[in-house]
Design a protein. Structure first.
Length: 440
């Protein structure tokens, strides 16, 4: 029997799934025949430990395992299992060590310590997941050295770990207290240091996440069909809540889900995605915010039709999806918030609202937006598959200087007849509230 058990144990083979990349070249704790040795004085070692655990690491997972990462970015923390590849055979044969290499702590059996030197140097750290870019995860709090092989990743679920009635021996308490104290110090330092001026308007963890992927929050909200989050984030640029922007938000969420999951990758939205919007009203801001297709990144096309409709298309893909609002949506808004349309007529159309009515119009607009949100997509929209007519990529135009005004201008925006910019040539078009207007 014993023979079989041994044979089974010897048959275990683990293949690394990826590698850790960071600036930590050497381990803090090294094992030799006498036990664990700290590379530095205890104080310096603690400081270095915190610098390292605060620093970012990349976990580069093998390309062919991309599918295995699906959904991991929805967790704040993950458990990383990796291999202590620099632990020597001597280290692996140790039986007892002084915890963290400190002789002022009692000698303890390897299995009752967190020593990296152990028969199987299988190491585990819970880290904060800052972002995912394809098969590369960026994390903080990983105390592994550069090039450590990664064996497994799991989501960190706090509830899976006992919270109550747990106890540890006194010596472990003492170690943890030392680490906690310097954690507090570290937090204070972090607030004052850093290369960014950050007044704390956004909490630092959120800034970290958005620095890595500015579309992270929209991406997550899109995947989870979280309309409320998209509506609130849209209002940041739109300036108010209204049924129009809510329709733009919902049309985009509906359209992008119909277009397929690959148009919503970890970066939020696919690079080659285009939105053709048919109205320059509140609706258009919902589309820009949720889809990430904007006037500035040239993936928003404005078709001057005055319709509550948007088409989503992906370059290289023949079929796109057009979403248009059903005329009945107004009835739903009117039923949910009867004051909305009469106020709109007075305040917006006739420009005759009192300050109180204007305030009330904003409040009712918000109520209407959140009421609309509760309706199923199919009830307020019609979705149709279309073969969209999409323009080429925006040309990268050389710049020129207008001989008349001396201003820098895209070379394609110099009038051939006059040789001057469109403004000096008194010949240009602009998008106004009423649509595209020729100016001459
Ligand atoms: Zn609006
Ligand atoms: Zn000019």
């Amino acid at each position: 029997m014993e023979q079989t058990d041994t044979t089974l144990a010897e048959a275990i083979t683990l293949k690394p799934i990826g590698i850790i990349r960071n600036d930590l070249a050497a381990p803090q704790l090294v094992a030799d025949g006498d036990g664990l040795k700290l590379n530095d004085e205890p104080g310096t070692a603690l400081k270095k430990f915190h610098e390292a655990s605060d620093a970012r690491s990349k976990i580069v997972i093998q390309e062919e395992m991309a599918d295995l990462l699906e959904g991991i970015e929805d967790f704040s923390h993950i458990v990383v299992l990796y291999w202590g590849h620099e632990v020597s055979d001597t280290g692996r044969s140790l039986k007892k060590v002084h915890p963290v290499g400190r002789t002022d702590y009692p000698l303890k059996g390897i299995f009752s310590t967190c020593s990296p030197a152990r028969p199987n140097p299988l190491l585990m750290t819970v880290v904060r997941l800052l972002g995912r870019d394809g098969t590369t995860l960026t994390v903080s709090g990983l105390d592994a050295i550069d090039r450590s092989p990664v064996l497994d990743l799991k989501p960190y679920v706090g509830e899976q770990f006992p919270q109550n009635d747990t106890f540890v021996p006194e010596w472990m308490d003492a170690i943890m207290n030392e680490y906690k104290e310097s954690d507090e110090m570290k937090e204070n330092v972090n607030e004052n240091a850093g290369d960014l001026f950050c007044s704390g308007v956004l909490e630092s963890a959120r800034i970290e996440k958005l620095r890595i992927n500015p579309r992270a929050e929209f991406g997550e909200a899109l995947r989870k069909k979280d309309i409320a989050t998209c509506l609130v984030k849209t209002a940041e640029i739109h300036g108010h809540y209204c049924p129009g922007s809510a329709l733009g938000v919902m049309a985009s969420m509906y359209g992008l889900h119909l277009l397929g999951p690959d148009c919503m990758n970890s970066d939020g939205v696919m690079e080659n995605l285009l939105a053709i919007v048919e109205i320059n009203a509140c609706f258009a801001d919902g589309v820009q915010a949720v889809s990430g297709c904007t006037l500035g990144n040239n993936s928003l096309i404005y078709r001057d039709l005055g319709k509550l409709a948007v088409t989503f298309a992906v370059r290289g893909k023949e079929e796109g999806v057009r979403i248009r609002a059903r005329p009945e949506f107004k009835k739903y808004v009117g039923d949910a918030v009867p004051e909305f349309y009469p106020l709109m007529e007075k305040v917006i159309m006739n420009r005759a609202g009192t300050p109180e009515e204007e305030k009330s119009f904003r409040e009712k607009g918000q109520e209407a937006a959140f009421a609309l949100m509760k309706l199923p997509f199919e009830k307020i929209f019609v979705a149709e598959t279309v073969v969209p007519d999409i323009p080429d990529y925006a040309p990268i135009a050389a710049s020129a200087v207008c001989p008349q005004c001396g201003e820098i201008v895209m070379a394609t925006k110099i009038d051939r007849d006059t040789g001057m910019c469109f403004m000096c040539s008194r010949k240009y078009r602009e998008v106004e509230g009423r649509g595209i207007v020729e100016k001459a």
